[in-house]
Write a protein that binds this ligand. Sequence first.
Ligand code: ATP
Ligand code: MG
Length: 649
Amino acid sequence: MDSEVVHVPAEWRAQHPHGAHLTGMLEYRALYEESIRSPNTFWAKQARELLSFSHGFHTTHIGSLAKGNNAWFLGGELNASFCCVDRHAIADPDRVAIIHEPDDSCDASREITYGDLLGHVSRLAGCLRAQGVQKGDIVTIYMPMIPEAIFAMLACARIGAVHSVVFAGFSADALRDRIQDANSKVVITTDEGRRGGKAIPTKAVVDTAVRDCPCVSTVLTFKHTGGDVSWTAGRDMWCDEELKKYPSYISSEPMHSEDYLFLLYTSGSTGKPKGVLHSTAGYLLGAAMTGKYVFDIHPKDRFFCSGDIGWITGHTYTVYAPLVLGCTTVIFEGTPAYPSFTRYWEVISKHAATHFYTAPTALRLLKSKIKKRDVEEFNMSQLRVLGSVGEPIAPDTWKWFYNSMGDQKMTLTDTYWQTETGSHIVASLAGVTPMKPGCASLPCFGIDLAIIDPVSGEELKGNLVVGVLAIKQPWPSMARTIKGNHDRYMDTYFNVYKGYYFTGDGAYRDQDGYIWIRGRVDDVVNVSGHRISTSEIESSLLEHAETAIIGVPDELTGEAINAVVSLKTPVIPLGIEQELILHIRQSIAPFAAPKKVFIVKDLPKTRSGKIVRRILRKLLTGEKEFGDISTVRCSSPKNEKCQPLILRL
Ligand code: ATP
Ligand code: MG
């Protein structure tokens, strides 16, 4: 394993405008030890420091991982919207809460102060109440990345409603299923969204979806592009007119710590998406604490997370972490490629972002398109912290990000976590942890990691061990259940290895105790007794192609490796299959060489950009039933030389 260490640049600390939250690794280690040795004392202190309870909690934690019945901060009352809005609006109403950068660089960006945010959120909260939304009801939000989407989330929280944000790229069918699952009375949307120069017909999708949702009595629509929409009288309301009827301040509803804050579906990479429910206090604390320590957020910072609010990254690090900590969140409606591949640089320099948090899938695209001279003109001097999330980041992509955007002066954190964990669980702390390219590094506070031998089920102690990654102690921001299916919750996370939370990912702990995420454990291929993680083979080809490695049953070797490859070149060179096989033989091992290589135009991916191997596996093994493919997007191959593999989707 590559163990190159990149130390935090000396000037990072020296030039820090506010002074970093942690002094260094000694402090991290001391605080981490305390968080594991005395979790209740640790978490209680953090909760009192970072959140505002209107009524203090009397019990920090009850429950266990074995029973999957954890509850935190019992007896406490608070409101997420109060914590994210009111307390900053009172202290500093003119501080900017949200900066919105539109899809088109020629359109004006918008700034919303905390004082204004309080008014927007209150009015929408009043309107929701008037539509009959009560505490505990689930409101569905289907919106592009605009400030109104954040108003909607916080307005729900303000009156104790649970928000269910559905990514505005989902089809009407997927939206319909989620609205029905949530039994929502109200759906909030826009006339349209705009992405990459194209209009996204959000209202039209909602119209189709709610045809089969008798539970929906109101569709609230924000005017955004001014595009034409069809209208159902008695059900549809324009927010812009409606909201004028409500006061610019309504008080926030005191919620119990354990009341649900939101419902959100996982990406669906490994099966039917799970609708996970997160609690108010525990979730918010996870967001606040990782925002503070992993990203070193300070109130004057401008945090730019490119994650869409339709995913957990957007929930925790576009909305809740920046706002609960009172800094500015920069939200971007567009794509990294429109109108040009320098768009992220433009957004960062224009808004003087201090942080930039994105996903390897975007970085890979940019790495193949951007030359150093293309981005030299941009002033990135305010940028302090870079972050990556969503899948393992290959060391060469890590280095490219660090060198080309970070100019080797910043700190880059690879953050490993899941929809279900609510906030980071393994990450280097910005400006503190010595970094290893491609490595998620060390556990976050309060996260007691275990690497388990998948065969014996025993924990593998010490360093230089490989196994499945699990967590030994409960932590506040863990999901509380899967909506309508607590058995699936227990079976997926708690019944696999009794007493542990099972992440589903494989990991290696190196000689320094650093954690390397090796991809999903069901993505391990066993060829003649040699176990190899699919991601390891995939990473070796990253330079040339985007690849999904699939294990298929083989009479001789137990499993055989098949590679499904989408090349980065427009023309498919003759003999490329053999070349790729040879490359893997040489760079990894002969047993890792694929038995078959399929060249395709595009790989099936979730809408959050992750390859859906389970579908390819089914195709390659001739299964007809694909299971839930609602979260899969895939373009069909135009190039005739491509195998018709993906077309069969
Ligand atoms: P589903 O649970 O429905 O199969 P999903 O696991 O892709 O979907 P998410 O919760 O969005 O849904 O993603 C979490 C997963 O993403 C992790 O379990 C891990 O496999 C991967 N992941 C996230 N961040 C990282 C990272 N920094 N390094 C490696 N893998 C990561
Ligand atoms: Mg998952």
